[in-house]
Design a protein around this ligand. Structure first.
Ligand code: ADP
Length: 477
């Protein structure tokens, strides 16, 4: 297991020698200690990335693509090992970890190809003796700060396109899940990524984040995490007008219309809600069900939820693992208690699942019926395995309630009416809409939000824009 940081092609610890412990959220067992780096090491990584930039930028897109494809292949080759590491430090079921490694590798593979299609333009000029050329050039030294819920994919969806575009990068993974990030760094080296092109540092988030934005060499920061931290980064980015992509919190509505295929809707909700124990920024958080099918939908959902197996992520057949930490489970408890106090009916779960020999961090998959906008579950991201059900009577009213949130990342709805499908898809104020689809994430589509969910897109051809500057050359003949 790799525990040192990767800076300038070398493996090293913090200058201070300080380390912090990584533990298994299912058992509280220590897994490893990793360096607790700060300003000094961040500066070293930035300098290494700056030194590596001219050489990397000058390579052809084919060359860079070949290295990235090798990286994607190495990830798939190491899928089982990486998945086991991810489950150990993050807690998600092994099948989900394997899925995430494939998903993470797909971003690298996609970027390897997309880098070859960074086309420029020629534009008709208004003078006969002039030519206008539009070039797209790498932004330069970039940085990524990533969260713990997708320890591999949140890195590769930034690192893949950055490298494909000709940028170099400093990655700061979440303190809960640095081991997957360091394992990926090792594969980068094995794939032939030159020294300094990728640097991975672990440690003091605030100190590292501040240096990344105070240092004028860093031209772009891509962040996935909470809206609260996104705001801090945006304020700090003002110093050097550092370009930003921010993928922040969500509060996804999930609408089930009376004409929906209810079985598909239940299946979609199970995927959109319980993946990663409800700890994803696109998890369904408010489930609106049209009155005529409300009770039937609830009954079928209860049946599906009763079939979920809870336990350690590395146990065969487990679908629901532990929450990431004590604060996470305390928040879920608080939300459920608040909803119950305000009149919600607990139709399933509603309590911790205490499992012999394991940490007290498991929460039963929960269904709350009769929820209203006055409850915290309907206003804030719960980030846990809780389904709040809300009854509705009218399409326009359901859309208005779905849009009544400061967040705008993902939304879902189920209907069999084609006119309604387009109407609702257009009316939802969200960056991602799952129309009869509970699992919309994929490497070739642009992922990102509006409003307090941030800006910038990851995936598809759109992501390349995040790592490219546009330059125009006005050429007088
Ligand atoms: P979450 O609530 O999902 O943990 P955070 O926004 O706190 O989300 O964390 C996402 C990432 O942001 C992590 O890598 C974390 O270490 C980092 N982070 C937290 N606080 C700061 C900060 N003040 N500056 C820079 N990065 C930070």
């Amino acid at each position: 297991m790799r525990t040192e940081n990767l800076i300038d092609g070398g493996w090293r610890g913090a200058d201070s020698g300080r380390m912090f412990e990584v533990t298994d959220p299912a058992t509280d067992q220590p897994l490893a200690s990793v360096p607790s780096c700060g300003t000094t090491e961040t500066r070293m990584a930035i300098e290494a990335a700056a030194r590596a930039l001219p050489g990397w930028r000058a390579r052809t897109a084919m060359d860079r693509g070949a290295i990235l494809r090798r990286l994607a292949e190495l990830m798939i080759g190491a899928q089982d090992r990486l998945a086991a590491l991810m489950t150990a430090e993050q807690g998600k079921p092994l099948a989900e970890s394997k899925g995430e490694i494939a998903y993470a590798a797909a971003f690298v593979d996609w970027a390897a190809e997309e880098g070859k299609r960074v086309y420029g333009e020629t534009v008709p000029a208004s003078h006969a003796d002039k030519r206008i050329l539009v070039l797209r050039q790498p932004v330069g030294v970039t940085a990524a700060i990533t969260p713990w819920n997708f320890p591999a994919a949140m890195i590769t969806r930034k690192l893949g396109p950055a490298l494909a575009a000709g940028c170099t990068m400093i990655v700061k993974p979440a303190e809960q899940t640095p081991l997957t990030a360091l394992a990926l760094a090792e594969l980068c080296v094995e794939a032939g990524v030159p020294p300094g092109v990728v640097n991975v540092i672990t440690g003091d988030a605030k100190a590292i984040g501040e240096e990344l934005l105070a240092n004028p060499t860093v031209r772009k920061l891509s962040f996935t995490g909470s809206t609260e931290v996104g705001r801090i980064l945006m304020r700090n980015a003002a110093q050097n007008l550092t370009r930003l992509s921010l993928e922040l919190g969500g509060h996804a509505p999930f609408l089930v219309f009376a004409d929906a295929d209810l079985d598909r809707a239940v299946q979609g909700l199970m995927a959109a809600k319980f993946r990663n124990m409800g700890q994803t920024c696109i998890c369904a958080n408010r489930v609106f069900v049209e009155a005529p099918v409300h009770d039937e939908f609830c009954a079928r959902l209860e049946e599906a939820v009763a079939g979920l197996r809870i336990g350690r992520g590395d146990e065969a057949g487990v679908q629901v693992g532990p929450l990431i930490d004590d604060d996470a489970i305390a928040k879920v408890e608080r939300h459920v208690a608040d909803a119950a106090a305000k009149g919600a009916v607990v139709r399933a779960g509603g309590a911790r699942a205490r499992i012999e020999g394991l940490a007290d961090r498991f929460y039963l998959p929960t269904i709350l019926a009769g929820c209203t906008a006055a409850m915290a579950v309907c206003r804030e991201e719960t980030f846990g395995p809780v389904v709040p059900l809300i009854r509705f009577d009218d399409e326009a009213d359901a859309i208005a309630r779905a849009n009544d949130s400061p967040f705008g990342l993902a939304a879902y709805f189920y209907t069999r009416d084609a006119s309604r499908l387009m109407r609702v898809a257009e009316a939802l104020e969200y960056g991602i809409v799952g129309a009869n689809d509970g699992a919309p994430s994929t490497a070739q589509a642009p992922f990102g939000g509006v409003k307090h969910s941030g800006f910038g897109r990851e995936g598809g051809r759109y992501v390349m824009h995040e790592y490219l500057d546009v330059k125009y050359v006005s050429w007088a003949l």
